[in-house]
Design a protein around this ligand. Sequence first.
Ligand SMILES: Cc1ncc(COP(=O)(O)O)c(C=O)c1O
Length: 386
Amino acid sequence: MLEDGVLHLNHGSFGATPTAVLEAQQRLRSRMEANPTRYFLGGEYQRELDSARRAVADFVGGDEAGLVFVNNATSGVNAVLRSLEPILAPGDEIVVSDHEYNACRNAAAVSASRSGARVVAARVPFPLESPQQVVDAVLAAVTGRTRVLLIDAVTSATGLVMPVADLVAQLEPDVRVLVDAAHAPGMIDFDVSELGASYVTANCHKWMCSAKGAGFLWVRPDRRDDVYHSVISHGYNGGWPSGGGRLHAQFDWTGTDDPSAWLTVPAALEAVEAMHPEGWPGVHRSIRELCLAGRRVLLDALEIDPPAPDDMIGAIASVPVPPANHSGSEIFDPLMAALEQRHRIQAPVFTWPAPPDRLLRISAHLYNDESQYQRLAEAVATELGR
Ligand SMILES: Cc1ncc(COP(=O)(O)O)c(C=O)c1O
């Protein structure tokens, strides 16, 4: 559905949904609207939800009993942190990395403040040479008071695939690890139960290409009894007859909403798989290779070294760009605005709180190609006066 002439190099912020998926969503909505009472209360909704859940569980390697839909990763992170407030005591700590996505870091700050705990940010360098620097930085921030680690599987502004499995192996079960895997499923080979973290939340509407408004939360079996959605609804006292038990009942109904985005996940998985001759493993390989090639084009144009090793790159990558002469009060960085307005290129530019100060991020999905990064590099060079 992307409009003609606009170069969309920002799948990482808002994925482009395939038309086949949007058509499937329209068919789902038509069925729902034909007889809403029968659809929601007659078992049809629950059957379709369970079948979509099965598709997600098969794709991400989690069991269905521990897997629930949420509208997005932000909701998943909020649900877990709210549920953890009762175990946090004054002086306890929630550790995050300083590459953590702002919205989720805010959620950690609010949950901490409600319980007298505090958020500690581990200083992860950028540029960096190896994933071990991440492990060292996070472990250095963990103390005997650390109850929770909130860590991104793939960071947003810096675009790094984080060594989450290593951290989980060193910290669980004493520290509960909440993995914000917003970008991971569909971008990299990613198995939630193999990770071993207490909680994993992710988006389906990014790299899995479902309709927007679909994510999931998977909870490890020993943590399932005390997780609630941030919205309390019928399931709290058993008033939602979900066959899947207590956890499903908390999340399968949170008030009337349009569940069609969740239900498009099977169609999305099938549609994207069919776009590559090797299916999903081929998708992962191709988009990563494209992202690395795109990053190379930009690095050459900017005459700088890679800010992170290739093995920390999935399908998004950030490169430093020189600091801007602007007040910092604009919502959009002037380079990002110029790329959009003068060159019709969508690529985010983030302010970074330490040198190199500004990061330009590219994304790669199957609808992108290498010449597009060349066009971006030329536009960036023009805007930076090179
Ligand atoms: C690491 C990370 N976490 C959470 C999110 C939030 O995703 P959503 O807006 O779908 O909740 C993003 C979005 O890009 C992200 O990069």
